[in-house]
Design a protein. Structure first.
Length: 76
């Protein structure tokens, strides 16, 4: 089951821009296996956001909502 979840999450890291693909894909490859269940849930909620929001949050243009700040901080 965990493997299927990881495969789904890895697929969802593929975005509409090379920058987001790289940032999210690298984070998944380096860190996903070591995340707690809460952090994995947060990462999935983050991936549910539109690309423009992810770009704003990951490029420091706009702070993410408080409930996603920890996972964004881990990514950047």
């Amino acid at each position: 089951m965990a493997c299927a979840r990881g495969n789904r999450v890895r697929w969802r890291c593929r975005r509409g821009s090379l920058e987001l693909d790289t940032i999210l894909g690298n984070f998944f490859a380096r860190c996903y296996a070591g995340l707690s269940e809460v952090e994995r849930d947060d990462f999935e909620r983050l991936l549910a956001q539109p690309d423009y929001r992810l770009s704003e949050w990951l490029e420091h243009q706009v702070p993410p909502p408080e409930d996603l700040r920890n996972i964004v901080a881990r990514i950047i």
